[in-house]
Design a protein around this ligand. Structure first.
Ligand SMILES: *Cc1c(COP(=O)(O)O)cnc(C)c1O
Length: 345
């Protein structure tokens, strides 16, 4: 396909998408297909010669469309909302067209600049603490875009662990212990309703599930009890993941109680607001955020409820140096004239 055909096909594609979204109500949300249904509809191997676009698009209509779940349908009530919008579709198209690989500032400066600015806008929209802003002079906080909330939770857990291992070694003056030996003494917490388990499994960190109350909320006293038990067993508590809007029942952990417990025990408080975070744009829905001033990191998904295409997760940290300490590697090919001055996401 050359660019002149791309111009023509692109316009057709925009029409196809607009028609699809306009008529979304007429689609059955969940497809009537069986596992493996597509095998019989396509060849065993890729074609030896390129096919015409008409042929490819006909295959898409006959083989792919019948197996699609229609997430944009107003009748889609499974999992969580994942909504796009015309402006978001256009933004995605532009990003794909320019296709920058923006891993450092120098690899495409405008991308990092824009990310810094928009993350600050978004933090202000949600009324997050000032220390999460890139533009807050007295803090080293800031936000960045990740692919998923699960990734945000994992990233925060790994940064918290790096810090906990370092502190453990300093406090107990035990140079002879390896990082993995210290790791085995660390313990993290989330409610029995939370989705932080994957991060704990991946990082080989022990996690305990704090029993939630009758409203499915994690409470300060229950957390405090578990921490006391674990300290008695010789473990070192270091991290709490509180959820604002759990995946199962949209329950809210009581941040107002959990925050002070984390402060007392010097624990990293991560707030997972993946779903309900969008609602904090409205001042009248911010009550569950009371206690947020104790948070070390906060994550939510604009791609769930803010009309931004999947996937888009926003993560803020109070001290970005803790991420650098955990994840930074500095191979020669990533160095640039502004290294250390600009943010290399
Ligand atoms: C949706 C959701 C997640 C998982 O989000 P991903 O971005 O798919 O990882 C995690 N936690 C909560 C509370 C959620 O609502």
């Amino acid at each position: 396909m050359d660019l002149s055909e791309y111009r023509r096909r692109g316009k057709e594609m925009v029409d196809f998408i607009a028609d699809y979204l306009e008529n979304i109500r007429s689609y059955r949300v969940f497809p009537d297909v069986e596992p493996g249904y597509m095998r019989a509809m396509v060849p065993d191997g890729a074609p030896e010669r390129g096919e015409k676009w008409d042929q490819i698009f006909a295959d898409f209509q006959s083989a792919v469309m019948p197996g699609m779940t229609h997430w944009q349908s107003p009748r889609m009530h499974a999992y969580f909302p994942a909504l796009n919008s015309p402006a978001s579709l256009l933004g995605d198209m532009l990003a794909e067209g320019l296709n920058p690989v923006a891993f450092t500032w120098a690899s495409s400066p405008a991308c990092s600049e824009l990310e810094i600015i928009v993350m600050d806008w978004l933090a202000k929209m949600l009324s997050l603490p000032e220390y999460f802003l890139h533009s807050c002079g007295s803090s080293s906080g800031g936000g960045c875009i990740l692919t998923t909330a699960s990734e945000g939770t994992l990233v925060s857990l790994l940064a918290a662990r790096r810090q906990a291992i370092k502190n453990y070694r300093l406090d107990l003056d035990c140079d002879e212990l390896t990082d993995s030996e210290i790791n085995s003494r660390l313990i993290a917490y989330c409610s029995d309703q939370a989705s932080a388990l994957k991060a704990a499994v991946i990082s080989l960190v022990q996690i305990r599930f704090v029993p939630s109350d009758e409203r499915h909320s994690m409470r300060g006293a229950a957390l405090e009890r578990m921490i006391a038990e674990d300290v008695k067993r010789g473990l070192q508590p270091f991290y709490v993941c509180a959820t604002l809007g759990t995946t199962g029942a949209c329950a809210f952990d009581v941040l107002e109680e959990i925050g002070p417990v984390c402060k007392t025990h010097d624990l990293w408080l991560h707030v997972d607001a993946a779903y309900a975070g969008s609602s904090f744009v409205c001042p009248e829905f911010r009550q569950p955020m009371r206690g947020i001033q104790h948070a070390e990191s906060f994550v939510f998904n604009p791609s769930k409820w803010l009309l931004v295409n999947f996937d888009c997760t926003a993560l803020w940290v109070k001290d970005s140096r803790k991420l650098h300490n955990t994840f930074n590697i500095e191979p020669l090919y990533l160095k640039h004239e502004r290294t250390g001055v600009a943010i290399d996401f």
